[in-house]
Design a binder for this molecule. Structure first.
Ligand SMILES: [Cu+2]
Length: 239
């Protein structure tokens, strides 16, 4: 009865794989809920900039990072494209330790550098079609510029958690599947000091958080080039 033998072997194998699958499937350690809310600016209407979508929110675990917060598997490939003399997107979020590609899609050369104390880097000057990458090991905000074009500005926000979100154009944000626990809520925007608030997340999550960012003290100063000098005046005959 070879057929019977084979089918029972097959059934046994199926059971084995089913049990193996159950054994390796990570079960949620804690109940998870959504943390959502709204970011608004506290600023005079006359100078309102309507750039709340450049804000970033994330939840830093108040104690040691849990299994939930540790990076697992291949990190997502993040990019900031250089096109039309701009870094796109203006703000990118990456898990700390992850890297970001900077492809140049303009028909002329760009540079990518950061002078941040978190980890300064300079990717050099490179042409259309070329891509270089940088790794963002430490948690924090990295201001990134091009040494040729002073108008090119972007920010990489390296976060220590899976719970992060870009804020929408209406100021709303939502972070799903956040395990219950104690966190520090970080809200960052380039025109304000970073806001940090303790937040207890119950198993049902937290809705309708409200965060107001005070942009009134924002110093509108020009950034320096990679040598720490002011940019030379732009010449019309040069890219
Ligand atoms: Cu450039």
């Amino acid at each position: 009865m070879p057929t019977v033998i084979f089918s029972s072997l097959g059934a046994a194998r199926s059971r084995f794989w089913l049990l193996a699958l159950i054994a390796i499937t990570p079960l949620p350690l804690r109940a998870q809920g959504t943390v959502s809310g709204q970011v608004t600016f506290f600023e005079p209407a006359s100078s309102a900039r309507h750039d709340v979508a450049n804000a970033v929110v994330y939840l830093e675990p108040a104690s040691r990072p849990s299994r939930y917060d540790r990076p697992s598997g291949q990190p997502a490939a993040m990019s900031i494209i250089m096109r039309d003399h701009e870094f796109i997107p203006h703000v990118q979020i990456v898990r700390a330790g992850g890297s970001v590609d900077f492809p140049n899609q303009d028909p002329f050369s760009h540079n990518v550098f950061s002078n941040t104390s978190l980890g300064a880097f300079d990717l050099g000057l490179y042409r259309r079609g070329a891509t270089r990458a940088s790794t963002f090991s430490r948690v924090g905000v990295y201001a990134i510029y091009c040494n040729i074009h002073s108008s090119m500005v972007s920010f990489v926000v390296a976060v220590p958690t899976k719970a992060f979100a870009h804020v929408g154009a209406d100021g709303r944000f939502s972070m799903p599947d956040v395990p219950a626990g104690k966190y520090v809520l970080h809200v960052w925007h380039e025109r304000t000091p970073e806001v940090m608030e303790s937040l207890d997340v119950p198993p049902t999550g937290v809705r309708a958080l409200s965060v107001s960012l005070d942009t009134r003290g924002f110093p509108a100063t020009a950034h320096l080039n990679k040598f720490g000098q002011p940019y030379p005046p732009v010449r019309a005959d040069r890219y």
